[in-house]
Design a protein around this ligand. Structure first.
Ligand code: IMP
Ligand code: MG
Length: 184
């Protein structure tokens, strides 16, 4: 079992499994609307998934432009929850087909906010690709068009995803299961 920063990380989806899914997702995406395609990665968690997926898109013959948007959720518990733009894209989306990429679809608030924002700005078509879908956590009526894996309700790390800024560098998706025994 991999040990990182003294924690045991149990792999949930290996690098090999993820690579297979990325190829399949790219083929699905290529068969949909891709006119003047703009791919927008939602930072920070999606950065590795987006990097691999856009190269898989290239392998299908697509030549998308790539942008980044940083979104942040605010409010917890009983306070009404919302999403705000921390750093916006620079491109004009008017009349374009847009693919939003995120790491996890959970409540759906982040992606609902992003999708509505792009339609308000005149995008012609907006589709959504996520690596993981945690359906049981959904609070909004929103589904992704392209899903890597249906994910159980675990807190996952790796492949871009963090807990307290750690573990983004792992090449696989895993779950922190405990502390490694110290044999010193
Ligand atoms: P939501 O769909 O608006 O609830 O947003 C889901 C976002 O929460 C994801 O894009 C992640 O940034 C973060 N997130 C949710 N679950 C996890 C997890 O298990 N590990 C790491 N980040 C998570
Ligand atoms: Mg995120």
């Amino acid at each position: 079992m991999p040990v990182v920063r003294g924690k045991i990380i149990e792999p949930l989806y290996t690098a090999e499994q993820i690579a297979v899914r990325n190829k399949a997702l790219a083929l699905q995406i290529a068969s949909g609307p891709t006119n003047d395609l703009l791919v927008i990665a939602i930072l920070k968690g999606s950065f590795i998934f987006a990097a691999d997926l856009i190269r898989a898109l290239h392998d299908t013959g697509l030549a998308p432009e790539v942008e980044f948007i940083t979104l942040s959720s605010y409010g917890t518990g009983t306070v009404s929850q919302g999403v705000r733009i921390v750093k916006d894209i620079d491109s004009d989306v008017h009349g374009r087909d847009v693919l939003l990429i995120d790491d996890i679809l959970e409540s759906g608030r982040t992606l609902k906010f992003a999708k509505e924002l792009l339609f308000e700005r005149g995008a012609r078509h907006v589709s959504i690709a996520v690596l993981l879908d945690k359906k049981v956590k959904r609070k909004e009526e929103l589904e992704a068009d392209h899903v890597g894996f249906e994910c159980p309700d675990y807190f996952v790390v790796g492949y871009g995803m963090d807990v307290a800024y750690a573990f983004r560098e792992l090449p696989f998706v895993g779950v922190v299961t405990g502390d490694a025994l110290n044999d010193a």
